[in-house]
Design a protein around this ligand. Structure first.
Ligand code: NAD
Length: 487
């Protein structure tokens, strides 16, 4: 089948799947529009079905033996070539991602596209540097070997599609698995560019496959395929439940990075201005960030001072086009998501929660929601307990450390937390007491790619990052050889 391409911000983007090194279409398509201007139709993209999923898993299965047989160093050479090709094409990825998902162009150009290349370099080097554990016991030599597991299905959400896809694909490939990537249907285009870059880097066919389509259709077919040996998912708890059932049916290891409702705790000994600035910064990317500290928990003694500073910082935000350097708040991904965010705020208002700031769809046009702050009537309010995934923060006060920790741990989520304090002892104490996969003290979003990353409770299962992801993608084997039995 001939490839079909559309021009997206000056880049020809394939609207088809990428299976076994070939562009392949589907009888049906789905429409992709730009959040920057909802009248701007970007593409009709191939809408994969069960046959597409089967073909992609077949390609990944066929390519697996040769890829798995390479040494980690040989795989690292391939992945470094991909990283170099990414770095040579930053503008292309950045321009497409900004019109497809509305992430800020400047951040993409300066950091996030390179971060994709770094993901491949880091995992390639980490896998190559791995030393097998060897020890003697009971008259035998013991050795732990990481065996590549087989084809991995990777499913990603619409926010940060480039960053999350590369972060999840890199360890699978470095570990010797082949990959079928299914990006989200609301922002599928940077995954298509990644397939092009794979091709342009001259990398082997079938090792990376990209399938486009709807989660409940092609996504569900992929995770149900018994040839798949790993499933790595990032998205909502609702979809994770479906995918987890499919994984259970085939006894396939499954990681899930899910939603969050992180606390941002400010103690009265904190650098108040730094804390208020970081709190107002949680509106960035229109709050479509799983790790965001969306529940502001502030010591009662500094309530007014904090709020004054918070509003001053929040007032400096600029709603605008993601391609403008001045913009700090970008459009939301989709009209349906804007309506969902508005629904949360409307229900909060009706339930008696107090709207302190914002509270409406922005009336200047575009897919913007006003940066919103809500003081809930109770900690049980829906707006406190459920992820909104928009520019909506809640504000609550506490009197002492115990109450701060109790409130921080009072939701079903456990992805992240942020603490502001100048006391080292308190930083250690509260940092340990918060039930979350990552806690930052006096900072936010600083990441070391070798550190474990993931969530507790409904925020997820398993850990990504560094060796944690490489071990997930491996079948570990213990090889025991009787001492003096071999020459
Ligand atoms: P979603 O769960 O609706 O979709 C995520 C992906 O799963 C999409 O590609 C979708 O097509 C696919 N999918 C949906 N149903 C499926 C099914 N039954 N079988 C197979 N695939 C299926 O999530 P979303 O709305 O795209 O993303 C937002 C969510 O992602 C938020 O909850 C956010 O917190 C979370 N998220 C978490 C992290 C993290 O690292 N913890 C990072 C980013 C986003």
């Amino acid at each position: 089948m001939t490839d079909t391409r559309v021009d997206v911000a000056g880049t020809p983007v394939s609207t088809q799947h990428y299976i076994g090194g070939q562009r392949v279409g589907s009888p049906r398509t789905f429409e992709v529009r730009s959040p920057l201007d909802w009248d701007w139709k970007l593409a009709d993209v191939a809408r994969g079905d069960a046959d597409t999923a089967a073909a992609a898993v077949a390609a990944a299965s066929d390519a697996f033996p040769a890829w798995a047989a390479l040494s980690p160093e040989e795989r690292a050479d391939h992945l470094h070539r991909l990283a170099d090709t990414i770095d040579a094409n930053v503008e292309r990825v950045a321009q497409v991602e900004t019109v497809d998902m509305a992430m800020r162009l400047q951040s993409l150009r300066e950091r996030l596209v390179h971060r994709g290349a770094e993901n491949f370099r880091n995992y390639a080097d980490l896998a190559a540097a791995h030393e097998e554990r060897v020890w003697s016991s009971k008259g035998t030599q013991n050795r732990v070997i990481r065996m590549p597991a087989g084809p991995a299905v990777i499913i990603t959400p619409w926010n940060a599609p480039w960053m999350l896809s590369t972060w999840k694909i890199a360890p699978a490939l470095a570990a010797g698995n082949t990959v079928v990537l299914k990006p989200a249907e609301w922002s599928p285009l940077s995954a298509s560019i990644l397939a092009d870059l794979w091709d342009e880097a001259g990398l082997p066919s079938g090792v990376l496959n990209v399938v486009q389509g709807i989660g409940e259709e092609v996504g569900a077919a992929l995770v149900a395929d018994p040839r798949v040996r790993r499933i790595s998912f990032t998205g909502s708890p609702e979809a994770a439940r479906h995918i987890g059932r499919a994984a259970a049916e085939n006894i396939v290891p499954f990681t899930a990075e899910l939603g969050g409702k992180g606390p941002l705790i400010v103690f009265d000994d904190a650098d108040l201005d730094a804390a208020a600035k970081k709190a107002a910064w949680q509106y960035d990317d229109s709050g479509q960030v799983c790790l965001a500290g969306t529940r502001l928990l502030v010591q009662a003694s500094i309530r007014d001072d904090f709020l004054d500073r918070f509003h001053a910082h929040a007032d400096t935000h600029v709603l605008g086009d993601s391609r403008d350097d001045d913009t700090t708040i970008t459009p939301m991904i989709h009209p349906d998501h804007l309506a969902s965010v508005d629904g949360f705020v409307r229900r909060a208002r009706e339930a008696g929660d107090r709207i302190v700031r914002g509270g409406h769809v922005h009336d200047g046009g575009g897919l913007f929601y006003e940066p919103t702050l809500i003081e809930p009537a109770s900690n049980d309010s829906e707006i406190v307990q459920r992820e909104v995934f928009g520019p909506v923060l809640t504000f609550q006060t506490f009197t002492d450390e115990d109450e701060a920790v109790r409130l921080a741990n009072s939701t079903d989520y456990g992805l992240s937390g942020i603490v502001y304090t100048t006391s080292r002892e308190r930083a250690e104490r509260v940092g340990r007491a918060i039930r979350a996969g990552t806690v930052w003290v006096n900072t936010f979003l600083v990441r070391d790619l070798t550190a474990p990353f993931g969530g507790c409770r409904i925020s997820g299962i398993g850990r990504e990052g560094g060796d944690f992801a490489l071990e997930f993608h491996a079948d570990l084997k213990t090889l025991q050889i009787l001492d003096d039995s071999t020459a």
